[in-house]
Design a protein around this ligand. Structure first.
Ligand SMILES: [Zn+2]
Length: 275
């Protein structure tokens, strides 16, 4: 069974938890570390002969087109992570469509090929923003990975279907690949990446992920960000303690843990799992 490895390509200062403290019109003034950090992920995946799906932020793609071409040249799938990393439920449908097109066009112009996979900033397709799925179909997207089946202060639909599935929208159907959760006593626990992965002991995560493959007989979807391999990144001091903890916990051990994860399972791209 081929599990799905995904990377959300954005810089450390562009995450939703810091958006109140780092203005979008000042992104260009921050020290950019996304290229070198993405190279670390590319090398890590190369060591394990894994091809993955990279959801690239449009703003990053426009400033670093060579990076986008490198990701593609290594055999990975390039998808969209939106242009401005805005939460979907804080946009109107028209604003969402404009941001989506801008990111898609930046990627397609760079690669000269269609971009058909999408992940929203901070998994922000929630109950209030389910309309976004129809817009994705209308704009030619075939797969989405934005609906997190958990309860969280910023995202999630706790009772959403946890495994990869086909979704029907008024405009047509779409593959949904939710970030993975382990089910225990009727509760969904996030185990598929990000801060949850950094916080949990590796054996526990491996146990939960194996259970998804063996008991539910489904592939799991794992996600990581380039800044999660960068313990030296500048700290955003104005952010709350909770946000700083979530962002920085376990950064120094993360690359070794990812190595252990990649050794334990077969992984592929989202487009491999659809076919
Ligand atoms: Zn993101």
């Amino acid at each position: 069974m081929l599990n799905v490895f995904t990377v959300d390509v954005e810089d450390y200062f562009q995450v939703s938890a810091f958006e109140k403290h780092v203005r979008r019109d000042q992104w260009g003034q921050w020290e950019s570390r996304v290229v070198s950090n993405t190279h670390r992920i590319l090398q890590l995946l190369d060591r394990h002969h894994v091809r993955a799906t990279f959801f690239v932020l449009g703003w990053v793609a426009q400033r670093h087109p060579r990076l986008v071409r490198e990701i593609h040249a290594c055999g990975h799938e390039v998808g969209s992570h939106g242009y401005w990393h805005r939460l979907v439920y804080q946009q109107t449908p028209e604003e969402f469509r404009t941001d989506l097109r801008r990111s898609r066009d930046a990627l397609q112009e760079t690669l000269g090929r269609p971009v058909t996979a999408y992940r929203a900033a901070s998994f922000s397709i929630t109950r209030q923003s389910l309309w976004a799925l129809e817009i994705l179909v209308e704009e030619g997207f075939l797969a989405d990975s934005s609906v997190f089946p958990i309860r969280h202060d910023r995202y999630g639909i706790p009772d959403a279907e946890p495994g990869p599935h086909r979704l029907e929208t008024p405009a047509g159907s779409l593959w949904e690949f939710p970030p993975s959760v382990a089910r225990f006593a009727g509760m969904n626990l996030p185990v598929g990446g990000g801060g949850y992965f950094r916080l949990s002991p590796l054996p526990w995560t491996l146990f939960c992920l194996r259970r998804i493959n063996r008991v539910r007989r489904q592939p799991f979807v794992f996600y990581v960000h380039p800044w999660e391999l960068d313990p030296e990144q500048p700290r955003i001091r104005a952010a709350s303690r909770t946000s700083r903890f979530r962002h920085c916990v376990g950064l120094s051990r993360n690359e070794a843990k990812l190595d252990g994860l990649l050794r334990s399972f077969p992984f592929g791209r989202l487009c491999d799992a659809v076919c």
